[in-house]
Design a protein. Structure first.
Length: 464
């Protein structure tokens, strides 16, 4: 492949010039509270999908753009609205599939936001708003990149492009696998770009090469047939709260490292990353120590973790002198790359059953597992991505692992086993995705959009 450097420069300029329009469109998307949870207004998801479809139609490059749904396997329900766009490759060029999602996390307690979550607000070089980073910025990185290459390449744009903008990623991607199956021929591609990850910092691009898997479930702990007076029976009868606290404490050792037999670790080097950086990026309070052992990034990228993400208990304001007969907790485990997520779940379940105190009864429900992912970095698409990052950001990229999970990548690998998968993103470590005051670093967005436009240009120069 001999790159046309003059065209690369023209695409770079066009992408850069398109940033104001991309940010304006991003602001319009952020204003739509597109939350897939059934307790929220579902019409907002339809509005959001329609808005994304209009943006893709506006690029003028697609043969087809539609809003579509797929059935949720095992139910009589349909999934949330997704956007599907496609154009056929010409003259032996490859096809690239661009993925992002237009649904967002619930805002949580709006009192914790410094500005309204669905009113895009710029301050200190960042755009604040729910979905500003995760992942409506990913949507606009795709749209902006397509606009730039279309403007410069015109009729010489022979690259096949498919776009899949999901509508329920934050709600578990329940119809994702079925959507892939239903639309396999449209989505089949040589390269898949998943724009739903992060970067090393706000100046340095990251190519995500490993992701932990996940195993999430609800645990119900029962010790009594009914509630009892804590004064009359306390000291002889174990309440469910006591049993649950003692049981959960067995999941970690005194350093906070996971203490579950059967959960594996991956042995892989990690870049230098200091405790000071961890404190700055995580908001760790003064005097609170990090947990775990060994290199900090190894703890996040290569080792398992277990977190209690939900707990049904009597609220403090409603507390009474009562022994609770049962409690429920949601346990979210992250699984090291290389271990099957269902195997990890079975290890955790076996541990909890073996350590149930006082003979407490345990019930496991709502089990959801997603496998970890390791990128094959030997392919030509990775080469093109790294070159595009270097040109777009002005510095070389860093291969990064991510402590989080993108379970649907396993579906992509299963449906399209020959595709090269690139996991990229527009977030920096201070984006606070899923948290109050989520934000997008504007310079990172600019560089990410430019880099993707350059990647599409390079792919357009290849033959397959």
């Amino acid at each position: 492949m001999t790159p046309d450097l003059s065209r690369h420069e023209a695409v770079h300029r066009a992408a850069d010039a398109g940033i104001p329009a991309a940010l304006s469109d991003l602001g319009s998307l952020v204003r739509i509270p597109s939350i897939a949870w059934p307790s929220f207004d579902q019409s907002a998801l339809v509005e959001s999908a329609d808005a994304v479809a209009a943006l893709l139609r506006g690029t003028g490059v697609f043969d087809s753009v539609e809003v579509a749904r797929a059935a949720i396997p095992g139910t009589d329900e349909m999934g949330q609205p997704a956007v599907l766009a496609s154009r056929a490759a010409r003259n032996g060029r490859p096809t690239v599939l661009l993925y992002a999602h237009h649904d967002v996390q619930p805002p949580g307690d709006e009192a914790l936001w410094d500005s309204p979550p669905f009113e895009p607000t710029v301050r200190d070089g960042r755009l604040y708003g729910r979905g500003a980073a995760d992942d409506k910025a990913g949507v606009m990185a795709h749209v902006g990149a397509i606009r730039a290459v279309s403007e410069v390449l015109g009729d010489d744009l022979d690259l096949g492009i498919a776009v899949f903008i999901e509508g329920e990623e934050e709600y578990g991607s329940r119809s994702f696998g079925q959507f892939l199956s239903d639309n396999a021929e449209v989505l089949r591609s040589d390269v898949i770009v998943v724009a739903d990850s992060g970067n090393w910092d706000d100046r340095t691009p990251g190519l995500t090469v490993s992701l932990r898997g996940n195993a999430r479930f609800t645990l119900t702990v029962r010790t009594l047939e009914h509630a009892s007076h804590s004064g009359m029976m306390g000291g002889a009868v174990p309440d469910a709260m006591l049993a649950t606290v003692k049981l959960l404490a067995t999941l970690w050792d005194d350093d906070g490292a996971v203490a579950v037999d059967g959960l594996l670790e991956r042995n892989a080097p990690t870049p230098d990353y200091s405790e000071e950086t961890l404190r700055a990026e995580s908001g760790l309070l003064d005097g609170v120590r990090p947990i775990g052992r060994d290199a900090i990034l190894s703890r996040i990228w290569n080792k398992p973790s277990v977190t209690i993400t939900g707990w049904d208990a009597t609220p403090v304001d409603s507390a009474s002198n009562t022994l609770a007969p049962q409690t429920r907790v949601v346990i979210s485990a992250r699984v090291a790359p290389g271990q099957d997520a269902h195997e990890a779940y079975r290890a955790i379940e076996a541990h909890l059953r073996a350590h149930a105190p006082f003979g407490a009864q345990l019930e496991f429900t709502d089990v959801d597992c997603g496998d970890a992912f390791l990128v094959d970095t030997s392919g030509w698409a990775v080469e093109d991505a790294r070159a595009s990052f270097a040109d777009g950001y002005g510095v070389d990229s860093v291969d990064v692992g991510v402590g989080g999970s993108i379970p649907f990548i396993a579906d992509l690998v299963r449906e399209f086993p020959s595709a090269q998968i690139l996991v990229t993103g527009v977030e920096d470590p201070h984006a606070r995705a899923h948290s109050p005051n989520e934000s997008l670093h504007l310079d990172t967005f600019r560089n990410a959009l430019v880099s993707e436009a350059l990647l599409l240009t390079r792919l357009n120069e290849r033959t397959v």
